[in-house]
Design a protein around this ligand. Structure first.
Ligand code: 5GP
Length: 117
């Protein structure tokens, strides 16, 4: 069971932003920008992007469609934000093997993930 599965199950606490039957959004414990949220689908069968099939189309489409609402709750829908997924492999670290989307914003972001200092 991943950390995110435990958060979804309520076995671990999180700083929740939005929750419904299909997705959960919460603040990242180790933020890399002023606003750093995570959005996860509640079903646990998707570890990475390549696990997504047509059977998940509604779930993933729903999640994507909710991101502007989550950004609005975070107060960053107008100023813009970045959505990132780490698809783990030799070149990219994916700490948690449960598909999730990082939402970063709240300050000026550079060309890459790191905020501009
Ligand atoms: P990944 O590398 O898998 O794309 O990112 C995992 C993210 O989950 C990291 O940004 C990390 O800070 C965050 N994270 C790891 N454990 C926890 C936790 O227990 N609670 C919260 N809120 N975030 C976590």
């Amino acid at each position: 069971m991943t950390i995110f599965a435990k958060i979804i199950a309520g076995e671990l606490p999180s700083n929740k932003i939005y929750e419904d039957d299909y997705i959960l959004a919460f603040h990242d414990i180790n933020p890399e920008a002023k606003i750093h949220a995570l959005v996860v689908p509640k079903p646990t069968h998707l570890e990475r992007i390549q696990d997504v099939t047509i059977d998940d189309a509604a779930l993933i489409g729903y999640l994507m469609g909710k991101i502007p609402h989550i950004a609005t709750l975070l107060g960053i829908n107008e100023t813009g934000y970045r959505v990132i997924t780490n698809n783990g492999g030799e070149h990219v670290t994916q700490e948690v093997p449960h598909l999730h989307f990082h939402i970063l914003g709240g300050e000026l972001l550079g060309d890459k993930l790191a905020p501009v200092n």
